[in-house]
Write a protein that binds this ligand. Sequence first.
Ligand code: FES
Length: 186
Amino acid sequence: MYACLSEKDHHSDFPGNVNLPLSTQNMNEDSSVEKSKKKEDRNPVCVGREDDIKKLRRTTVVIHDREVVVFYHDGRFYALDCRCYHTGGPLHEGDIEDINGQPCIICPWHKYKITLATGEGLYQAINPREPSPKPKWQSKGVKQRTHRVTVDSGNVYVTLSDTDDNIESDHYANIHNRIILPPKKK
Ligand code: FES
């Protein structure tokens, strides 16, 4: 079953709008991790027209109280939690860079690198035992929750991740831990 987002849940006015809406429906005050446990939260949700998102390259949506950013990059759609796992930075305002052949979002706050496809945090490390050590990209593991994107009849759908593993970005996906960002200076 497909559902479509209402106007209030759909934000495509990038990059100016950094104050994402805070929906307050059905929040569990005691939950420290905002995972989508309800079955209906795992239905695909229509987030916009394929052509529109391709033109915009990125858009933000709120799906079942979760802020999600959808990117269109190099012919592929990606969806991730919008708030960076580090301290809640606005990933929808980050640049995309190719690192080791993987498209990554660079968080605008402290420049953490996160793979779009898997949500892994990347860092550079050197092996001091090597004769001339050079920094190499390594993975910290999955830090940012990613969601499934599908396209059907010209519409783009996001299905929230159904893994019950704790992922660090869950903390900032919780409505009570979100940071209200100041408006951008013009
Ligand atoms: S908040 Fe994203 S790198 Fe710090």
